[in-house]
Design a protein around this ligand. Structure first.
Ligand code: ZN
Length: 196
């Protein structure tokens, strides 16, 4: 089932989501929610989807980055983003620790702000303690684009959107992103945005 994705302005996107117990996770209805969220993420398509984005104020997100998602990137762009396929998985009640300062900037988007993008500074490496879809404890050490996805999704569970962290002058429609910014280095983008 494809769920409706809440867009910016929906109050649920601004609330801290509530934690789940192992029993909550193992409940057949929660397993259905996970399945529907996976289908919704793939349909969008997106590389992550947090429960508040489908109107559920719970600390759960699904993540998956498939090879086909990165087909439009050149080998050099893939390399500098540290973008590698990430198999489908679920994170519940995540506790995020940044292992490096949040200063790696790339354009990022969000299914809850369709049609827009901006440069967002993120940590290159993170450590996440969470539960998985079976309620088992997991520790994730991630870097590159996967680390960015984790930071973005965990922000959702705390009521934070990328527009709260973005380099504000870089905010763009996707149409203009394709027209003016795509393929440029971040340094070149920042120089152009300086407005000189
Ligand atoms: Zn998002």
């Amino acid at each position: 089932m494809i769920l409706k994705i809440c867009t910016v302005g929906e109050p649920v996107l601004r609330k801290k989501a509530r934690a789940l117990t192992r029993e909550d996770i193992l409940h057949p209805l929660m397993q259905c929610v996970i399945e529907h969220m996976r289908d919704t993420m793939r349909d969008a398509p997106g590389v992550g989807l947090a429960a508040p984005q489908v109107g559920l104020g719970i600390q759960l997100a699904v993540i998956e980055d498939r090879e086909e998602n990165m087909a439009a990137l050149s080998p050099a762009e893939r390399e500098e983003r540290g973008r590698e396929p990430v198999p489908f998985h679920v994170i519940v009640n995540p506790v995020l620790r940044l292992e490096t300062p949040p200063e790696v900037e790339f354009f990022e988007g969000c299914l809850s702000l369709p049609g827009y993008s901006a440069l967002v500074p993120r940590a290159a490496r993170v450590r996440v303690e969470c539960l998985d879809h079976r309620g088992e404890a997991r520790v994730i050490e991630a870097s590159g684009w996967y680390a960015r996805i984790l930071q973005h999704e965990i922000d959702h569970l705390n009521g934070t959107l990328y527009v709260d962290r973005m380099c504000r002058r870089s905010f763009t429609t996707l149409e203009n992103f394709g027209r003016h910014w795509k393929g440029r280095s971040v340094e070149a983008v920042k120089a152009m945005l300086a407005g000189e």
